[in-house]
Ligand binder design. Structure first.
Ligand SMILES: Nc1nc2c(c(=O)[nH]1)N[C@H]1C(S)=C(S)[C@@H](COP(=O)(O)O)O[C@H]1N2
Ligand SMILES: [Mo]
Length: 537
C-alpha cells in the first residue's frame, strides 16, 4: 500500500485518520483558506458597487445584535475605535473557526470541515441580504468566499496530509526514501502556503484599493450645489464670545462629531441613488439627485446633537445646512391623516422616526449641503434629514434612501427596541469648555470661564456659573442666533490659589432652569449640571 506517495494524496484520503499533521499545520491550513476566501470577498466588493465586503456586512450585523450594555461599554472603553474593535473581534471569532476547519480537514474529516465553512458562508451571505438594498445578488461575495475557502482548504489539507504521514511502528527503520518523500511534501506544502498567503494579501489589497477608488470623494466634488432661495441669516460676530477654547459658532465639517452604526462609511453614488417617499401617502414620489437639487433650496444654521452626549460631552455641533423643506415635499406626496410618524430609511438599513406633528413649521430639511459643500460621505452623502430640536437617533437619517409615512403602532426606528425613548426632543444643556477639566489657571488674574448652552424648545435666556459654594453669577451671553442653535457664554473669574469647582446651568424660556442631578444618557438624554475641577496657582 503506497500511502506515502506525496504525489498521490488521494491515497492518503483513502485512509482517514492515518495522517496527523501537527496543530500548527492544521492552523495554517484553516487560516490561509479563510484568508483566501475573505480576500476574494474584498475583491468582489471592489468590483461592483452593489457588493459589500462580507467581513463588513457580518460586522454590521454584530453591531446591530450586541446588547445595548455591551455597545455602551465598547463606546466607553474604546471611544470611536469601537468599530475597529468590533471588526477585530469578528475576525478573531472567524479565525477560531478557521483553525477548527483546518484541524478537521487535515484529519480527513472533510464533511465536518466543509460544514464549518458552509455555516460561515451562509452567515456571510445572509448578513448581506436586506441590508444596503443590494437584493438577492448581495449574497454573491459571501457564497463565493465560502467556495474559495472550501477549495483552498481541500487543496492545502491534502498537501499537509501527504507531508505528515505517521511512520510505521519502529520508526527508526523507516526507509530513507520515504523520509525524503515526506520532506519533499512538506516543502511543497510550505511553498504553496506562502504562495496562497501572498496571493490573498495581493487580492485583498486590490479589493480594498478598488473599494476606495469607488468612494464618492471624487463624485461629490463634481456636484454643483444650487444657491438657496432662502439663505441663512448671517451669523453675527457677537454670537461668538471670542474665548480661546470655545469653538467657532458654526462647527467646521472636519471637526463635526460623527455618530452612526456603520462599520465603514457607506459610499453612495448620487448617479444611481434616488429618494422615495412611500407609505401612507396619496402620491408616492421618487426623486433623483438632480430632481432633488432642482427643488427650491433653503439654507439654515442648525445645531444637531446626539442623545448619547454625556453632560459636558462634545457630540453636538452646528452647521449651515442646505436642502429642501421636508414639509413641502410631504405636502406634495399627500400625507394621509392616519399617518403619525415620519421614518427616514438609510441605504444601510438604519431607520429613525419622529412624529408628523413635529413638522409644525420648523425648518426640517432633506439636506444635500453642509457648510457650503455637498455633504461628506461621513455625514450622509448624497442626502440626509435634519430636524431642528430632535436628537439625531430619531431624526437625522444619513445616506437617506426613503422617507416612509407610517404609524408609531406599526413601526419602530432602529434605536427604539434597543431601549431608547420613542420621542427624542433635545434636552436643554450647558457645557463649560474653558477652563478644561483638571486645568491649572493663574491665581489672582482674571481668567475666562466660557462655553456653550442650548435649548431647542424655546431659547436660552440665562446661563449662570457657580464657583465652589459661592453665589450663582450671570454669564455674559453671546448674541442669540435662533431657537435651533446653541448659544455661547462667558464669565471673567479671578481665582484664589487652590482647588476650585465650577458649575454651570442654563435657563430656557419653556422649561426653566436645568435640574442639578446628572443622569445617564439612556433612554432620552442626559440631564444635570456640568461641573469641572481646576487648580489655581
Ligand atoms: N444611516 C444612519 N444615519 C444616522 C445614524 C446612523 O447610525 N445611521 N445615526 C444618527 C445619530 S444617532 C446621530 S446623533 C446623527 C449624527 O449625525 P452626524 O454623524 O452627521 O453628526 O446621525 C443620525 N443618522
Ligand atoms: Mo445620536
Amino acid at each position: 500500500m503506497n500511502v506515502f506517495a506525496p504525489d498521490d494524496p488521494v491515497a492518503v484520503d483513502a485512509a482517514p485518520g492515518t495522517a496527523r499533521p501537527p496543530g500548527w499545520v492544521a492552523a495554517i491550513v484553516g487560516l490561509l483558506a479563510a484568508g483566501a476566501g475573505l480576500a476574494t470577498g474584498e475583491l468582489l466588493a471592489g468590483l461592483w458597487g452593489r457588493w459589500r465586503s462580507p467581513v463588513v456586512t457580518v460586522g454590521d450585523r454584530v453591531v446591530d445584535a450586541v446588547p445595548p450594555a455591551v455597545k455602551d461599554w465598547a463606546i466607553d472603553t474604546f471611544g470611536t475605535n469601537d468599530k475597529v474593535v468590533l471588526i477585530a473581534g469578528t475576525l478573531l471569532v472567524l479565525a477560531g473557526f478557521a483553525v477548527l476547519a483546518g484541524v478537521l480537514a487535515t484529519r480527513g474529516r472533510w464533511g465536518a470541515a466543509f460544514g464549518v465553512v458552509a455555516i460561515f458562508a451562509v452567515c456571510g451571505a445572509a448578513a448581506a441580504l436586506g441590508r444596503g438594498g443590494g437584493g438577492a445578488v448581495s449574497v454573491v461575495p459571501g457564497l463565493t468566499a465560502g467556495v474559495v475557502t472550501a477549495a483552498v482548504l481541500r487543496w492545502l489539507a491534502r498537501l499537509a496530509r501527504a507531508g505528515w504521514v505517521p511512520e510505521p511502528a519502529g520508526a527508526g527503520d523507516a526507509p530513507v526514501s520515504m523520509r525524503a518523500l515526506q520532506a519533499d511534501s512538506r516543502r511543497r506544502f510550505l511553498g504553496v502556503s506562502v504562495g496562497v498567503a501572498a496571493a490573498s494579501v495581493a487580492v485583498a489589497g486590490a479589493g480594498r484599493w478598488l473599494q476606495q477608488r469607488a468612494a464618492v470623494t471624487v463624485e461629490r466634488l463634481q456636484v454643483l450645489l444650487p444657491g438657496p432661495v432662502s439663505p441663512a441669516p448671517p451669523v453675527p460676530a457677537a454670537a461668538s464670545v471670542e474665548v480661546a477654547g470655545v469653538g467657532p459658532f458654526v462647527t467646521p465639517t472636519e471637526d463635526f462629531y460623527r455618530i452612526d452604526t456603520a462599520l465603514v462609511v457607506p459610499q453612495v453614488g448620487a448617479e444611481d441613488w434616488s429618494l422615495r417617499v412611500t407609505g401612507r401617502v396619496d402620491r408616492p414620489l421618487t426623486l433623483t439627485y438632480d430632481q432633488l437639487l432642482a427643488r427650491p433650496m433653503i439654507e439654515r444654521v442648525v445645531t444637531i446633537a446626539c442623545v448619547s452626549n454625556e453632560v459636558g460631552g462634545d457630540l453636538i455641533g452646528t452647521a449651515t445646512w442646505l436642502g429642501c423643506r421636508l414639509d413641502d415635499l410631504l405636502a406634495e406626496a399627500g400625507v394621509q391623516p392616519e399617518a403619525d410618524q415620519v421614518v427616514g430609511v438609510s441605504v444601510d438599513g438604519f431607520t429613525a422616526g419622529f412624529p408628523t406633528a413635529v413638522l409644525d413649521g420648523r425648518d426640517a430639511m432633506v439636506v444635500v449641503g453642509m457648510n457650503g459643500e455637498p455633504l461628506t460621505a461621513k455625514h450622509g452623502f448624497p442626502a440626509r434629514l435634519v430636524v431642528p430640536g430632535l436628537y439625531g437617533y430619531v431624526s437625522a437619517t444619513k445616506w437617506l434612501s426613503e422617507i416612509r409615512l407610517t404609524r408609531f403602532d406599526e413601526f419602530e426606528g432602529y434605536w427604539i427596541p434597543r431601549g431608547w425613548a420613542v420621542e427624542g426632543p433635545v434636552l436643554t444643556q450647558s457645557r463649560i469648555d474653558v477652563p478644561r477639566v483638571g486645568a491649572t489657571v493663574p491665581a489672582g488674574a482674571p481668567t475666562p470661564v466660557a462655553g456653550v448652552a442650548w435649548a431647542m424648545l424655546g431659547e436660552v435666556t440665562r446661563v449662570e456659573v457657580q464657583v465652589d459654594d459661592g453665589p450663582w453669577q450671570d454669564a455674559r451671553l453671546g448674541e442669540a442666533y435662533s431657537e435651533s442653535t446653541w448659544r455661547q457664554w462667558s464669565l471673567a473669574w479671578t481665582p484664589t490659589p487652590g482647588e476650585h469647582t465650577i458649575r454651570v446651568r442654563a435657563t430656557d424660556s419653556v422649561d426653566g432652569t436645568q435640574t442639578e442631578q446628572v443622569t445617564d444618557v439612556a433612554p432620552d438624554g442626559a440631564r444635570g449640571w456640568h461641573t469641572v475641577r481646576v487648580t489655581a496657582t
